[in-house]
Ligand binder design. Structure first.
Ligand code: LMR
Length: 403
């Protein structure tokens, strides 16, 4: 008899299960298009050169020690992060109505923010896009939210945004509900609203007094330009909304395992900032006490140094250009094979992912027959494509759709 006899086996986490299956697979032409992690043309993980430079500088800085960081993290990091998101000329920053809190990557920012909203604003209902990153639901429910609801996002027939469905679902939301919005490079569809569509979304958010919680995991990855990719968040802030925004440095700095993130908070009233900070301090203190320093020091070192900042922008360009090139090549290869269907969505979509349009059975077939690992939703990570394997992947899609 064990205390744990009552514990039921939970479902596997698809994206990490795929990585494991891929690693164990000894098929020579196997391809991992599962996890969203950047790979070089050789299919290798990439430590950004600017990160190496920063790490060397930090290693040689004898003034740094291993003392605890403050509960809300490294101030030079969180302030620079919020500035990068909201813009150097942000009125909210100038008026001290906006601030950042260092978190355990974007996921930690979502979790801390969601717990704060559930505990202090009595929020119970949250909305997420259909489809969304598979973890949104779990993070918010674990943080104390009671009801997870979807808003329509993807229109499979047109392989584009279902803006009418989205607006209708948000119009039917209960007043005050929290709505998770992808700041840019929507995961998994690679399809973002246009500026006009964002304005329509903002109107409904205002009408229904919804609380916008942005998830910004790909700043720099959508357009290759940090400012352009922050457009939606800045637009909401300029229109006077109070927002939360979870920022991740996993992708744009390649700091996947350093768990480096920031929760940017924008209040409309400076008078509320001290209380919000004090409660966020208690939320974090009760969760993991205080954050680790290494990743935050790297990011702070780069964001606060003009020359390194430029280098970083160059590194982002390298990554985003390679992905764009792979989109072109995959589309060309499919069109050259005469694979049924249209493939313009591969190059129309942006960011790390492409929603191929393959259904669940076809996606499973890709894994089982061709050893091309992809999510059953049909999502592929463009980063896993290389000049060497793109032909094989196209052939595999072709075979899957024609037999
Ligand atoms: C992904 O979507 O593949 C990544 O964000 C990894 C993860 O944590 O799911």
């Amino acid at each position: 008899m064990s205390w744990f006899d009552c514990v039921e086996l939970g479902p596997p986490i698809e994206v990490f299960q795929l990585t494991r299956q891929f690693t164990e697979d000894d098929f020579p032409q196997k391809v991992n298009l599962g996890v969203g992690a950047y790979r070089t043309d050789e299919g290798k993980p990439w430590v950004l050169p600017v990160v190496r430079t920063a790490e060397k500088a930090l290693a040689n800085d004898e003034t740094l020690n291993k003392e605890y960081l403050p509960v809300l993290g490294l101030e030079t990091f969180s302030a620079a992060s919020s500035r990068m998101l909201l813009g150097a000329d942000s009125a909210a920053i100038a008026e001290n109505r906006a601030f950042g809190v260092q978190t355990l990557s974007g996921t930690g920012a979502l979790r801390v923010g969601a717990e704060f909203l559930a505990r202090h604003l009595d929020k119970t209902v949250f909305y997420f896009s259909k489809p969304t990153w598979e973890n949104h639901r779990l993070v918010f429910l674990n943080a104390g939210f009671k009801e997870a609801r979807e808003y329509r996002y993807w229109h499979p027939e047109s392989r584009a945004l279902d803006i009418e469905g989205l607006l209708e679902d948000l119009r039917n939301a209960p007043e005050g509900a929290v709505v998770i919005l992808h700041a840019c490079a929507h995961n998994p569809t690679g399809c973002d609203p246009s500026h006009e569509q964002w304005a329509q979304i903002a109107d409904v958010v205002k009408q229904k007094r919804l609380f916008p919680f942005f998830d910004s995991a790909y700043q720099g990855f959508a357009s290759g330009d940090l400012d352009k990719d922050a457009w939606a968040v800045r637009f909401f802030v300029e229109r006077g909304f109070e927002i939360f925004c979870a920022q991740s440095y996993a992708k744009n700095f390649g700091l996947y395992n350093e768990r480096t993130g920031n929760l940017t908070v924008v209040s409309s009233n400076l008078a509320n900032v001290a209380a919000a900070k004090s409660q966020l301090t208690l939320t974090i203190r009760g969760m993991y006490s205080n954050p680790p320093s290494h990743g935050a020091r790297i990011v702070a070192h780069v964001l606060n140094n003009k020359e390194l900042f430029e280098q970083w922008r160059g590194n982002i360009k390298t990554m985003s250009s390679r992905i764009i090139e792979m989109r072109k090549r995959l589309r060309e290869a499919l069109e050259a094979l005469g694979t049924p269907g249209s493939w313009n969505h591969i190059t129309d979509q942006i960011g790390m992912f492409s929603y191929t349009g393959l259904n669940e059975a076809q996606s499973l077939h890709m894994v089982q027959k061709h050893h091309v690992y992809m999510l059953k939703s049909g999502r592929i990570s463009m980063c896993g494509l290389t000049p060497t394997n793109v032909g094989y992947v196209a052939q595999s899609i072709h075979e899957t759709l024609t037999t």
